[in-house]
Design a protein around this ligand. Structure first.
Ligand SMILES: Cc1ncc(COP(=O)(O)O)c(C=O)c1O
Ligand SMILES: [Zn+2]
Length: 414
C-alpha cells in the first residue's frame, strides 16, 4: 500500500537508472514499487549507471568504510538504509582443505544471509512509503523480514510451512510480524500471498518477485572479491533454494567488471540442493533451461525445500555460463557434514550451508575441483536456528560411533 506522499519522497538524485526485465530486456521505471515484468513475468534487475562510476569509485577507497554490506552504497539504492549490521561476514580459511574458504553467513542478524536481501528490500519499501509487506518463506526469510520490518516500523505478513524450525516461528512472532503457518510447502504459501495481496494492500516481497532482495544478496559477490584481494576464486558453492544469492553474485561480478575492479574471469558457480528436493540438479542433468515442479519435496534443510524456483532460468543459465555444475546431498550426508564442520572447523552450520561441504567433497572426488583450486563454500546460516530439526533427525539416522570426544558417549571397549 502506498503512502499518498510517496511520490514526493523519491530522491531526484536516485542512482537507479531503471529496472530491466531479464526476459524481454524492457526498461521499467524505478520511481515506484515494482514486482515483475508486466509483459512476461520476468525477474527485474536494478540497473545503475555503473559505467559512469568507473574511475570515480575506486576499490582502494573501500577499506576505510563501515564493515557492513552498505559499504557498497554506490551500487545499492540511495535511500536511508534500514540496517541491523548485516554483511561483511568472515571468510574463514578451511583448516581441512587449504585454498577453501567458508563464507560464514550465519553471523548475520537473524542468523542467515536472508538479512542482506531484506535489509535492501525493506530500505526501498520504506523509501517508497509502503506500509504493509508480505512474503512466503521457508523460514529464515520470514525471520529476516520480520526483523527489518520491525526496525522500519512497517507491517509484515509472513506465510511459512507449519513444520519450519521453531526458531523461525518464535523470532517472527517476537519481531511483531503477522505469521500464518500453512499446511503445505513454500509454493503453497506463495499462492496465498498472491491471492490475498491486492485485497489486503500488501506489497509482495517474495523471492525474485521484488527486485531489491537480489541487490542485498549481491553484496556477497562484492565481499568475496574484496576479501580475496580482488582475485575471484575458481569456484563458489551455493546452497540453492530460490537462487537469489547465486543470481545476485553473478550480477555483482558484471558490475565489478564494469567498475574496473575485476577482469572477465568468473568462478565456476555450483548449485547444491537436497536430494529430497533437487529440481535445479535434475534440470541441469537433463540439459534443460528451466526446471519442473518437484513433487514430494522433503528435507530437513528447510531453505532448500523449494520445489520450483521462480528464477530457475537465471540459475541454470549462470551454471552454464560459468561452466559450473549442480549436485545434490542427502539429509544423512548433510547431517554428517554439519557435525564434521563443527568438529573440524569450529563452524556450526545450518544444514543448507553444510550441504556445500558435501558438494565440495563430491566435486573433489570427481576431479571437477582440483586440490589447488580456490573454492568458496557458502554457509548460509547458523545451526542454532535448527536445533529442533537436528535433534529430530538424529533419531532417524545412524548414530555416530561413540568416541572419547563425544560428551556423554560411552568410553572404552563395548
Ligand atoms: C539457510 C538457508 N540457506 C539457503 C537458502 C536458499 O536460499 P536462496 O533462496 O537464495 O537460494 C535458504 C532459504 O530459505 C536458507 O534459509
Ligand atoms: Zn519482460
Amino acid at each position: 500500500m502506498l503512502d499518498a506522499s510517496y511520490r514526493d519522497a523519491i530522491l531526484p538524485a536516485m542512482r537507479i537508472a531503471y529496472l530491466e526485465c531479464t526476459r524481454c530486456v524492457e526498461h521499467i521505471p524505478a520511481d515506484r514499487p515494482q514486482n515483475v515484468c508486466p509483459k512476461d513475468g520476468g525477474v527485474l534487475y536494478v540497473r545503475y549507471d555503473v559505467a559512469g562510476l568507473r574511475g570515480k569509485l575506486r576499490r582502494e577507497g573501500l577499506a576505510s568504510r563501515v564493515a557492513i554490506m552498505w559499504r557498497y552504497a554506490e551500487v545499492l539504492p540511495d535511500a536511508k538504509p534500514v540496517t541491523l549490521g548485516e554483511g561483511f561476514t568472515p571468510m574463514i580459511p578451511s583448516r581441512e582443505y587449504p585454498g577453501v574458504y567458508i563464507k560464514d553467513e550465519g553471523l548475520n542478524p537473524t542468523g542467515s544471509f536472508k538479512a542482506r536481501g531484506m535489509s535492501a528490500a525493506v530500505t526501498i519499501a520504506r523509501h517508497y512509503g509502503l506500509k504493509k509487506l508480505a512474503a512466503p518463506s521457508a523460514g529464515n526469510a520470514g525471520g529476516a523480514l520480520a526483523a527489518y520490518a520491525a526496525a522500519a516500523g512497517i507491517e509484515a505478513h509472513i506465510f511459512m510451512p507449519k513444520d519450519v524450525p521453531i526458531a523461525n516461528r518464535v523470532e517472527t512472532d517476537y519481531y511483531g510480524a503477522h505469521l500464518t503457518l500453512v499446511d503445505g510447502l513454500i509454493s503453497d504459501c506463495a499462492r496465498i500471498v498472491a491471492e490475498r495481496k491486492d485485497k489486503e494492500g500488501w506489497f509482495d516481497v517474495s523471492t525474485l518477485k521484488e527486485p531489491f532482495r537480489v541487490e542485498g544478496k549481491k553484496t556477497m559477490g562484492y565481499e568475496v572479491a574484496e576479501q580475496l584481494q580482488w582475485k575471484l576464486p575458481q569456484g563458489i558453492i551455493y546452497p540453492t533454494g530460490g537462487g537469489v544469492g547465486m543470481i545476485g553474485m553473478w550480477k555483482a561480478f558484471d558490475e565489478m567488471e564494469q567498475l574496473g575492479w575485476i577482469g572477465a574471469e568468473r568462478p565456476k558457480m555450483v548449485t547444491v540442493q537436497a536430494a529430497g528436493c533437487a529440481p535445479i540438479v535434475k534440470a541441469w542433468e537433463e540439459g534443460k533451461s528451466i526446471s519442473e515442479m518437484w513433487t514430494g519435496a522433503e528435507t530437513f534443510a528447510a531453505g532448500l525445500r523449494v520445489p520450483k524456483a521462480y528464477g530457475d532460468y537465471l540459475i541454470l543459465d549462470i551454471i552454464k555460463q560459468s561452466k559450473g555444475t549442480a549436485v545434490s546431498a542427502t539429509d544423512d550426508e548433510i547431517l554428517d557434514a554439519v557435525r564434521h564442520w563443527a568438529s573440524i572447523e569450529g563452524v556450526f552450520a545450518a544444514p543448507e550451508g553444510a550441504a556445500s561441504l558435501v558438494a565440495y567433497q563430491k566435486l573433489r572426488a570427481s576431479g571437477f575441483f582440483r586440490k589447488e583450486d580456490v573454492v568458496v563454500l557458502f554457509n548460509t546460516g547458523t545451526a542454532y536456528k535448527y536445533l529442533d530439526m537436528m535433534e529430530a533427525k538424529k533419531r532417524t539416522t545412524r548414530p555416530e560411533p561413540p568416541t572419547s570426544r563425544n560428551i556423554g558417549g560411552i568410553i572404552g571397549p563395548y
